[in-house]
Design a protein around this ligand. Structure first.
Ligand SMILES: *Cc1c(COP(=O)(O)O)cnc(C)c1O
Length: 411
């Protein structure tokens, strides 16, 4: 412990300057050289996020009766999500604090459904493709549910392997749209066939795709059905704070039917504080995350999202083509904002380290070892610079001995 709370307060301008000073060590994401953690939709969207967040930052989404404004904004945002993702009549959902929260709560709903509706007693399991997000494992560890990760083929979920892993205690199967490591959409229709044939709960994790894929499709890309349009999909997670360009702390968890969402809600009264109903994992729910999401979505509209997502896919296509021209190989055929690629004659981690010397803060995938980019609209403006630096980095490290991805990534 090196700091204690100062006895005397400090004036705000001084603190503000000190915070700016703390931030000098952070990645300079606004210049476009960061392709992980942050989604940069430009200064206009950032301003809307900030001002809309500040307007409701003290209000609490836990109290819909006190703050009908937040309830209304949440309902509208959920409706926007459901309409983009083919939610049928009777579909419902909630805003959560993020993808992990959405996934955890979908799993809680599926678990309570398995217990109460299907009468499954004893241990439960979920079946995931190897490429699914660790949020499922975290939630499973909290709920003491067994996780069965199944091998992938062509970087995609293998419905045959998943079918073989399912049994009477399987409470959920999962497909990603897209997976984080590869940016590829799993064969959701085949997983739906499996779910319908075996009476399984299919969750589609569209955390990083839910608010980009519909617009990329509107822009003319051929994207196979992956949402509630597919009949076996019972729940979805879709993050507003990723390609929805909303302020952080906002995701949506969506259900085919409000009756399924009922299994998510926690309703408790056996304490001296009276009845407490919490729709998601949080108790207190930050009003600012809800109001910022509402404002950004309305600010962009379909036209704004189509434009931003068109910039993302143009950046991805440009970088993929440029990388391939240098001899890199892109894993699968990504159609959204994530891509992973590697070079037969260069160690991806060594290339990554060189790029970091030039200010690029990006990610890595491990199976196989690959460079990994999660692109924002702003990257279209720096794609040429990236490719120049990639060519330089490749020249520097071609043939250099390999390094482990996990050792360098967090250093
Ligand atoms: C980001 C992500 C998550 C987790 O979302 P958080 O908001 O980081 O909790 C889950 N699944 C996928 C595919 C993701 O990309």
């Amino acid at each position: 412990m090196t700091s204690t709370l100062p006895n005397a307060g400090t004036d705000w301008p001084t603190l503000k300057a000190r915070m700016a000073d703390y931030a000098t060590g952070d990645v300079a994401w606004r210049d476009g050289k960061t392709a992980v953690y942050v989604f940069n939709a430009g200064p206009e969207v950032e301003q809307v996020q900030k001002e809309a967040y500040a307007l409701f930052m003290s209000e609490n989404g836990l109290g819909p009766a006190a703050f009908p404004s937040l309830k209304r904004m949440e309902d509208e945002v959920v409706s926007f999500g459901l309409s983009l993702l083919h939610g049928p009549e009777g579909a419902s959902g909630a805003i959560t604090s993020g993808g992990t929260d959405s996934i955890t709560m979908a799993m809680k709903a599926a678990r309570d459904y398995a217990r109460k509706e299907k009468g499954v007693t004893g241990p439960l399991n979920i079946v995931l493709p190897r490429s699914a997000h660790p949020a499922f494992d975290k939630a499973a560890s909290v709920m003491e549910i067994e996780v069965r990760r199944t091998p992938i083929i062509g970087f995609l979920a293998d419905p045959v392997a998943m079918a073989a892993a399912c049994d009477a205690s399987t409470m959920m199967i999962v497909g990603s749209a897209p997976s984080f490591p590869y940016g590829l959409i799993d064969p959701i229709e085949a997983l739906s066939d499996l779910a319908l044939a075996r009476g399984l709960w299919l969750h589609v994790d569209a955390c990083v795709g839910g608010y980009i894929a519909p617009f990329v499709r509107m822009n003319g890309e051929d994207i196979a059905p992956f949402d509630f349009e597919v009949p076996g999909v019972r729940s979805m997670s879709a993050d507003l704070h990723k390609y929805g360009y909303c302020a952080k702390g906002a995701s949506t968890v969506l259900f085919r039917d409000a009756a399924l969402q009922k299994f998510m809600i926690f309703d408790f009264r056996d304490w001296p504080g009276g009845r407490m109903i919490t729709p998601t994992l949080a108790g207190t729910r930050p009003g600012g995350a809800i109001s910022a999401a509402w404002a950004v979505m309305n600010f962009l509209g379909v036209a704004g999202y189509r434009e931003k997502q068109g910039q993302v896919t143009a950046a991805r296509a440009k970088i993929a083509a440029g990388a391939e021209a240098l001899g890199f190989k892109v894993l699968g055929q990504p159609k959204l904002g994530i891509l992973a690629f590697n070079h037969p004659e260069a160690d991806s981690v060594a290339v990554w380290s060189k790029l970091r010397e030039r200010g690029w803060f990006t990610s890595l995938a491990t199976e196989p070892k690959s460079l990994h980019l999660m692109l924002s609209p702003f990257h279209l403006q720096v794609a040429d610079t990236y490719l120049t630096d990639l060519a330089w980095a490749l020249g520097e490290v071609r043939g250099v001995a390999t390094q482990g991805a996990d050792e360098v990534r967090y250093s």
